[in-house]
Ligand binder design. Structure first.
Ligand code: 2M8
Length: 430
């Protein structure tokens, strides 16, 4: 597909993608690659469904929350279907025997918490008090768990596996992953490369590390102390998404006539964490490797470093500095050779790779977070430009998982659910 299509046609196409990926009890991220319900995918899908089928959106939220652990963690995947088409599947995670695990097969990791935000969009589109009463306390328990288990002295929220960031093979994790001891000669099972060319996916060396970390997390029931984990990483992107979600959760409590003070207090502490992560020499927010207790200079070259815009927590000159990187063609913005933005890694970075997963391609969910972030930061013209650019990309090239910034050609999974859902949101809620 190369020509732009009319907005109504695009909206219909997006609905058709969501219908295609609807497995009855949940909507899969894509038709083949990911046969389960992923956490932040479900939240972003809910945002799109809110405009076209609110009842189906409410079902999506209920389904995800059925995977909640008794201590509050909402898992990164719920495996609703038995399948051998995904690795590592439910049998590798092996959560069912662990005390506190839900009755459905899940993982013991989590993902960026966009669910409260999604529920707010849904409620504002189609108010339903009974629904809020049934889900808001569960989301509160998840946020409380994140605050209890993952808030660190750095002020940033810790992730214990790159999969928890949602930006799996981003170069910002390279150095921390190098320190994870693995047998580099060991065989590694891959199912993902049956569906997508290997040059668009993480390497075997990365998968070895992902699986080694999974194994060590499993041995501790997926609850190691952040101070003893083999990989513990203060993530600016995750922290920013949670900060926005805390504000949205406080609004949801307000709809229920309850105070949301706990959410606002947690949000305040996340704000302090982000504030602390600002590096005045690099003029950006930097992640922190919590194992070596050092800033990660590379993280400023990765798109997640721009996400403090999203909860409106990059004020004044900081917001301007992030917005100028976002627009600069040598960084994340469109350039002559790379006309499609936002690239997930800066073109300056030696590891920038326009086709490989989270190491360069454009992702519609990141563009969406940044559009909403520019709006939250009062940069409406910039937000409008990125919105039009993103809709143009999807309209010309189809609803892919990610896109080559040089050509706009779709990569990874075709008919990708969050691309479809967020396109609907961008069309319906400019
Ligand atoms: C990708 O991650 C999974 C592991 O969780 C994978 O590659 O197998 C990431 O893009 C992640 O952000 C996303 O939630 C997931 C499903 O779309 O796929």
């Amino acid at each position: 597909m190369t020509g732009a299509v009319a907005a109504t046609t695009l909206r219909d196409q997006a609905r058709a993608v969501l219908a295609k990926n609807d497995r009855g009890s949940f909507i899969a991220p894509g038709p083949h690659q990911y046969p389960g319900q992923w956490n932040w995918d479900a939240a972003l899908i809910t945002i799109g469904l809110a405009h076209v089928d609110p009842a189906r959106a409410r079902h999506e939220v209920h389904q995800l929350l059925q995977g909640q652990w008794s201590d509050g963690l909402v898992p990164h995947i719920v495996f609703w279907e038995k399948t051998s088409d995904y690795f590592p599947g439910a049998e590798v995670w092996d959560c069912l025997p662990i005390s506190g695990a839900p009755k459905v097969p899940v993982t013991g990791l989590t993902q960026p918490p966009a669910l409260a935000t999604a529920i707010r969009v849904l409620h504002e589109r189609d108010p339903d008090r009974g629904f809020l009463e049934s889900v808001v306390p569960a989301v509160e328990r998840w946020h409380d768990w994140l605050n209890r288990e993952r808030r660190t002295d750095s002020g940033l929220v810790a992730i214990l596996h790159p999969w928890e960031s949602g930006t799996d093979d981003s170069p910002r994790f390279d150095r921390a992953l190098e320190a994870v001891h693995v047998d580099d000669a060991s065989a590694v099972t891959r199912r993902d490369t049956r569906h997508v060319p290997p040059e668009q996916r993480p390497t075997d060396a990365q998968y070895r590390r992902y699986l080694t970390l999974l194994e060590s997390l499993r041995r501790s029931g997926y609850r190691p102390a952040t101070t003893s984990a083999a990989f513990a990483y203060g993530d600016v992107g995750f922290t920013s998404i949670l900060a926005r979600a805390e504000e949205d959760l406080a609004s949801l409590w307000a709809y229920l006539g309850e105070p949301g003070d706990r959410c606002l207090q947690r949000r305040e502490s996340l704000r302090r964490g982000l504030d602390h992560a600002w590096d005045s020499r690099a003029r950006c927010f930097l992640d922190r490797d919590l194992v070596s207790d050092a800033e990660v200079p590379d993280s400023g070259d990765c798109v997640a470093s721009l996400l403090p815009l999203y909860p409106g927590m990059a004020a004044g000159r900081r917001a301007k500095s992030l917005a100028s990187r976002l627009e600069d063609g040598e960084w994340f913005g469109p350039s002559e050779d790379h006309p499609w933005a936002v690239s997930s890694v800066s073109k300056n970075h030696p590891e920038f790779d326009p086709m490989r997963y989270w190491r360069g391609p454009v992702w519609v969910n990141m563009n969406w977070f940044l559009i909403r972030g520019l709006q939250a930061s009062g940069m409406h013209e910039e937000a409008g430009g990125l919105r039009a650019h993103t809709i143009d990309l999807v309209s010309r090239h189809g609803m892919f998982e990610y896109y080559d910034p040089r050509t706009g050609l779709g990569l990874g999974s075709p008919d990708f659910s969050w691309t479809a859902a967020l396109t609907i949101d961008l069309l319906d809620r400019p």
